[in-house]
Design a protein around this ligand. Structure first.
Ligand code: NAD
Length: 425
């Protein structure tokens, strides 16, 4: 059993659902961990060889699927953990994928745009043999965006000597990307929140939200939630937080934050939400303890830990980031009667639209924004209903319900090919 996933949670899922031993063995470790040196020629002519990884955790349900992260904290263990969560997420969403993840240990904000491009291409060269449209399909994650995916698919196609749009998802639309991909994680999270609020009989207009992490996932969630009538009263990024009791205009904040990046064509932008004069600034840690109805966590993992969980007042915590609440903090929130809607459900909009992009890349078809939006809404709402129904029927937390559905799907696939019970007769 992976030691990073709350062992008690997986144990409970295995026991209560009588999951076959083959599945437990299959999910006990990654299928493949590729560790690579990623050469990077710096602008000054020097050569650095960075550490990179690509992990395929489990491929029972299909080729591995998962993002690529450029961050100084990337390591083999974290990449494995994220690949395991992708395995659960894809199974929960009933996508024909297993779980994968990749990354390079680097601070991309210290690189020039040309160095980032060389890094993206070099990473693809390093992992080329183990990825591809039927094998393992990368996508963006922290500090990698559509432009980076464009460079990556170009490199993949150069090496393959043919166009391979389905090898990478999250590409720019003009290079074979899908309508709706950029906002898909935030949009998917909003569908989950809407379904939850419907069950609580609470209107968006009466619901306040604070968002930690005003990046791709968090900013789109905030903008779409605002459009849907929710009151977003605080947002933060690594530079700080802003707050307005009557509600912010997330669209204006996003435009302001990105103005410099767009002006200079920069890959990374260090400007922060708190550089704006229109709103009060707040210590970014304090955002977590605001008296709001919904706390949306969209930065990085381990944002809510034993140390700060006591301050969290929101009755509902939405995990847009992967693993933002530690296992201990999760248990504390549960004991306090607070609900945590888990990452494997809440942020699954991204991989779902990646799946639509992959289909379009394989068939040559182009779907309209409305078509993508309708399909995403149906799939997210359906998955949310499945999780919430199971929570109610079995009186279990949302995370346990989500893991149960996912692990059952993987177990059924393994059993259908013959498991221990079948061979023993
Ligand atoms: P991003 O880099 O665009 O945004 C992350 C944001 O968090 C940035 O604005 C950063 O400044 C902020 N941040 C970092 N540390 C912070 C702190 N201590 N306090 C407040 N803000 C802080 O990345 P992203 O793509 O939005 O991803 C965010 C999370 O969502 C990650 O965990 C990622 O794995 C997960 N996720 C993203 C997607 C997607 O499609 N983008 C899909 C699934 C999951």
């Amino acid at each position: 059993m992976p030691d990073f996933t709350p062992p008690a949670l997986l144990d409970r899922v295995y026991q209560t659902l009588d999951i076959n031993a083959d599945t437990q063995a299959a999910l006990s470790r990654a299928t493949q961990t590729l560790s690579v040196g990623v050469p990077l020629r710096r602008d000054d002519g020097s050569l650095e060889v960075l550490s990179g990884w690509r992990v395929q955790y489990d491929t029972t349900l299909g080729p591995a699927k998962g993002g690529i992260r450029f961050h100084p904290d990337v390591n083999a263990e974290e990449t494995t953990e994220l690949a395991f969560w992708m395995t659960i997420k894809c199974a929960l969403m009933d996508l024909p994928y297993g779980g994968g993840k990749g990354g390079v240990k680097v601070d991309p904000k210290k690189l020039s745009p040309m160095e980032v491009e060389r890094l993206a291409r070099s990473y693809v060269r390093a992992v080329y043999d183990s990825v591809g449209p039927n094998r393992d399909i990368p996508a963006p994650d922290v500090n990698t965006d559509a432009r980076v995916m464009g460079w990556m698919v170009d490199k993949y196609s150069n090496i393959a000597r043919r166009r391979e749009p389905a090898a990478i998802t999250g590409k720019p639309i003009c290079l074979g990307g899908s309508e709706g991909r950029t906002a898909s994680t935030g949009q998917g999270a909003l569908h989950v929140l809407n379904e939850w609020m419907k069950r609580q009989e609470k209107a968006p207009e009466d619901t306040t939200i604070a968002v930690q992490g005003f990046g791709n996932a968090g900013a789109h969630f905030a903008m779409l939630a605002h459009q849907a009538g929710y009151k977003v009263i605080a947002v933060s990024d690594s530079g700080g937080a802003i707050h307005a009791e009557d509600g912010l205009d997330p669209q204006a904040v996003w435009q302001h934050k990105n103005a410099e990046k767009e002006l200079k064509g920069m890959v990374y932008c260090d400007s922060s939400v708190c550089e704006q004069d229109d709103y009060d600034t707040l210590d970014k840690g304090k955002l977590l303890s605001l008296d709001v109805d919904v706390l949306a966590l969209a930065a990085l993992q381990n944002a809510v830990t034993d140390d700060n969980v006591g301050g969290v007042q929101a009755p509902l915590v939405l995990e847009l980031a992967n693993g933002p609440v530690t296992a201990d903090a999760d248990a504390t929130l549960q004991d306090n009667g607070q609900t945590v809607l888990p990452d494997v459900l809440v942020n699954a909009g991204g991989v779902t639209v990646s799946y639509y992009e992959w289909i379009q890349g394989r068939t040559g078809d182009r779907w309209s924004a409305d078509e993508v939006g309708d399909r995403l809404k149906r799939r997210m709402t359906g998955a949310a209903k499945d999780v919430f129904d199971r929570m109610e029927e079995r009186d279990i937390p949302a995370r346990e319900a989500a893991y149960g559905i996912a692990v059952e799907r993987i177990a059924n696939a393994i059993a259908s090919r013959g498991d221990e019970a079948y061979y023993r007769g």
